[in-house]
Structure formats: structure tokens, C-alpha cells
Design a protein around this ligand. Structure first.
Ligand code: ADP
Length: 151
């Protein structure tokens, strides 16, 4: 018997969770795709955040639902606007890495008030996008923890 309380044990367990244990598949688009095609991709892939990559498959930007909504409110033809015009771009992208604590990634989501983080890996030409952590990921873990602690 360790003498630890339930909440101490729970907190120790959460602090062992790493990003790579929970990361999901990232949905990426290239910088030159149109806003129209990015909106189609967001619906088809059923995600709220798209990551934008260049010809070297390296991260250059992020597109959120509201970024695409904002672009749609103008008068332009959405087929003629490339996503690199409207995306949030590097170096202003908050990223995480597979060995980071999931708790640190969750804190980034809160501090930066964003829905998702790309999981990245260093490449010669920049950062490769290998996964994603979103508010949904964190919600899933929260529910799993509650269910597990019953057994
Ligand atoms: P929404 O805009 O749909 O509410 P977010 O809260 O995720 O979705 O995005 C808010 C803004 O932050 C958007 O302009 C988006 O491009 C940007 N953003 C989203 N994720 C990141 C990230 N990981 N790093 C930097 N900026 C981001």
C-alpha cells in the first residue's frame, strides 16, 4: 500500500501520458489548393483543423473553420483564392512533438485558445506533420480515465 490518494494516483497516471499514445492522423493540404477545396476537404475528412504543407511536405500553415468562414464572407470566388493567402503561417504555429506530455499539449490548447496542434518531426527542410492532437483527443482521454477508474 503506497498511502497515495486516488487523486494523486490519477494525477501521476495523467502525467505519464505522452502525445504519441493518443495522437490522431493529421489531415494536410498543399499551399496552392483553393479555399473552396480546403472547405471540401474539411467536410469530407470530418476535421475542424487542416494543416498546410509546401512541396517538401513541411508545415507552413494552419486553417481553422473560422479562417475558412472569414474567407467565404468576401466577394471573391473561393476557387481563385489559394489557402496560403488566408492561413495562419509559420513561425506563428504552435506545435508539439511525439514525446511531449499530453498534459503540456492540452495546456497549449488552453493558453493559445486553439482547437488543435500538429505533432511534428524535424526534417532537413523543416517540420514534417506526423499527427494531430485536438480538443476531441483530450475529451476522449478524460472519458476513458473516468471509465477505467470504475474497474
Ligand atoms: P476557430 O478559428 O474555428 O475557432 P481555432 O480556435 O483552432 O479555430 O483557431 C483560431 C485561430 O488560431 C485561427 O486563425 C487559426 O488559424 C489559428 N490556429 C489554429 N491552430 C493553431 C496552431 N496550432 N498554432 C497557431 N495558430 C493556430
Amino acid at each position: 500500500f503506497t498511502g497515495k490518494t486516488g487523486s494523486e494516483l490519477l494525477s501521476e497516471k495523467i502525467k505519464k501520458y505522452k502525445v504519441h499514445d493518443f495522437q490522431q492522423i493529421p489531415i494536410v493540404v498543399k499551399e496552392d489548393v483553393s479555399v473552396y477545396d480546403a472547405i471540401s476537404t474539411m467536410f469530407l475528412e470530418d476535421v475542424g483543423t487542416l494543416f498546410v504543407v509546401n512541396d517538401h511536405a513541411c508545415l507552413t500553415g494552419v486553417l481553422s473553420r473560422k479562417d475558412l468562414l472569414r474567407a467565404s464572407m468576401g466577394q471573391q470566388d473561393l476557387n481563385n483564392i489559394a489557402v496560403h493567402i488566408i492561413m495562419t503561417r509559420m513561425p506563428n504555429i504552435t506545435v508539439c512533438r511525439k514525446d511531449d506530455l499530453l498534459l503540456d499539449a492540452a495546456q497549449q490548447l488552453i493558453n493559445k485558445q486553439i482547437d488543435g496542434l500538429p505533432v511534428v518531426k524535424d526534417k532537413d527542410e523543416g517540420l514534417a506533420v506526423v499527427g494531430r492532437i485536438t480538443k476531441t483527443t483530450i475529451t476522449r482521454v478524460f472519458v476513458e480515465l473516468a471509465i477505467e477508474s470504475h474497474v
